[in-house]
Write a protein that binds this ligand. Structure first.
Ligand code: UD1
Ligand code: CA
Length: 452
């Protein structure tokens, strides 16, 4: 689309119903602030300028919204006098001159690019106002769209609607596109003569029509326009988001045995033929390459899992975990800021943190990298084809060479050279017959005691 566009994101609300110490648009959906979802959809709709209308937590909201592929300016709405008044807070930005003005809400994070583009197309087709509407079984609380012969005649707010109008189920999603050349003039005519005494953006439709301009509504799915006013709605939005993203991933070739138990982040990337077992949680920053398996009850965050690797069940990958191709991290293992080489195995009850594990190395059950001395973190380096015996502690900073072998139960405090065998434990002694001797003595002593 060659037309220029300014998006205006309304986010000046008090968020009273969220009962929160922060603005609702900062509350996360899929691990990222709601406002960032809205901005991403603008970017996907190829919109490169936006004005934020802010109230509380303005600086935090501004930085949560910021990204380098969209130019954002911020405006403060000092009094909360309604959506029409809020849009005019960005007057200066509108006055720069754009073909299209697109008003969106900061608390509608499920909106995708498609309806935004459709609304702009409506302007390109010669309409002056295009409203994004949705049909719903329960229209309570929404502005109703009064449409006749494909033209939008008016938007009536719930409180101002007649009984007949309240029966209309086609509602205002709150988002609209306005002809940029007419926007300031139309907006400045909005008054506050209504039940709530607010400046309603929605009045723009009748103002436009009185001047002979044309308005239409374009329909979008109800789920995309779900707004967030309280925590219950936040949870509902999260659920819709999760379901949508799981579906996209499954359609792209990811298998999930029980999709409704898998939780994704906004940026989770799963390759083709990845299998996700039940009850897996992805925090931010996870990439899983093709053919990898994430077994049940695993928790991953900031981790990379290469092709053919397997994780879990019950594994925890923390930020900086980088699993090489065909490697294995098994049950009750935790990996943090560590590289696990191709084909290496960390199968049972192990902590690997601040470490490098070479290719094909085997880490025995219960191995711990002791990476923290209470003040500083230190690095453990383990070479390729090494073998760490079960229940060993590797006290960092320390290194174990290629092909080296660490005996089980060792506490390793000094570097182990390539191909060396290291014992770091007391030598075993055998006293033949001593167990029986001791047992006989104890029994005799006990019997003597009982006699007296
Ligand atoms: C609005 C619409 C209604 C629509 C509904 C969809 C109006 C008059 N009504 O109603 O037709 O069906 O959204 O969800 O537009 N805001 C400000 N400053 C203000 C007032 C609001 O920034 O002075 C922001 C809010 O933070 C919010 C958005 O504008 O992001 C919508 O405001 P809200 O009060 O929730 O409008 P609704 O009553 O839901
Ligand atoms: Ca609302």
């Amino acid at each position: 689309m060659q037309r220029t566009c300014l998006a205006i994101i309304l986010a000046a609300g008090e968020s009273t119903r969220m009962k929160s110490s922060m603005s609702k648009v900062l509350h996360p959906v899929a691990g990222r602030p709601m406002i960032a979802h809205v901005v991403e959809s603008l970017v996907k709709a190829s919109i490169s300028s936006a004005a934020l209308v802010l109230g509380r937590d303005a600086d935090l909201v501004k930085s949560a919204a910021a990204r380098n592929d969209i130019d954002l300016s911020a405006f403060i709405q000092t009094e909360r006098l309604g959506t029409g008044h809020a849009v005019l807070a960005a007057k200066e930005a509108i006055a720069r001159g754009y073909d299209d003005i697109l008003v969106v809400f900061g608390d509608t994070p499920l909106i995708t690019a498609a309806p935004l583009t459709a609304a702009r197309q409506g302007l390109a087709d010669g309409n002056d106002v295009v409203v994004i509407g949705f049909k719903t079984a329960d229209p309570t609380g929404y502005g109703r769209l009064i449409v006749e012969n494909d033209e939008l005649l008016a938007i009536r707010e719930q409180k101002d609607a007649s009984e007949a109008e309240q029966k209309i189920t086609y509602c205002n999603g709150g988002l609209m596109a306005i002809n940029g050349a007419k926007a300031l003039e139309l907006l400045s005519r909005i008054g506050n003569a209504n039940v709530k005494g607010e400046y309603y953006l929605t009045d723009i439709v009748e103002i436009l029509r009185a001047q002979g301009g044309k308005a239409i509504a374009v329909e979008a799915p109800e789920t995309e326009l779900t707004g967030c006013n309280n925590r219950a709605e936040l949870a509902a939005i999260e659920a819709i988001w999760q379901k949508r993203r799981r579906h996209e991933l499954m359609v792209s070739g990811v298998s999930m045995l029980a999709p409704e138990t898998v939780f994704l982040s906004f940026d989770t990337e799963l390759g083709q033929d990845v299998l996700i077992e039940p009850n897996v949680v992805f925090g931010p920053g996870v990439t899983v390459e093709s053919g990898a398996i994430i077994h049940a009850f695993s928790h991953l965050e900031g981790a990379h899992v290469s092709a053919g690797a397997t994780v879990g069940p019950y594994a925890r990958l923390r930020p900086g975990a980088n699993l090489g191709p065909d490697s294995k991290v098994g049950n009750f293992c935790e990996v943090k800021k560590a590289e696990i080489g191709a084909g290496a195995k960390v199968n049972h009850l192990t902590y690997i943190g601040d470490a490098f594990v070479g290719e094909k190395t085997n880490i025995g059950a219960g191995t711990i990298t002791c990476n923290y001395d209470g003040v500083n973190k230190h690095v453990t380096r383990i070479g390729a084809n090494a073998f760490i015996g079960s229940n060993s502690s590797l006290v960092a900073p320390v290194s174990v060479g290629n092909g080296a072998l660490v005996a089980s139960g060792s506490v390793i405090t000094r570097d182990v050279p390539d191909d060396a065998l290291a014992f770091g434990r007391a030598r075993q002694e055998i006293k033949p017959g001593r167990a029986k001797m001791l047992r006989d003595r104890y029994r005799a002593e006990k019997a003597a005691k009982q006699k007296t």
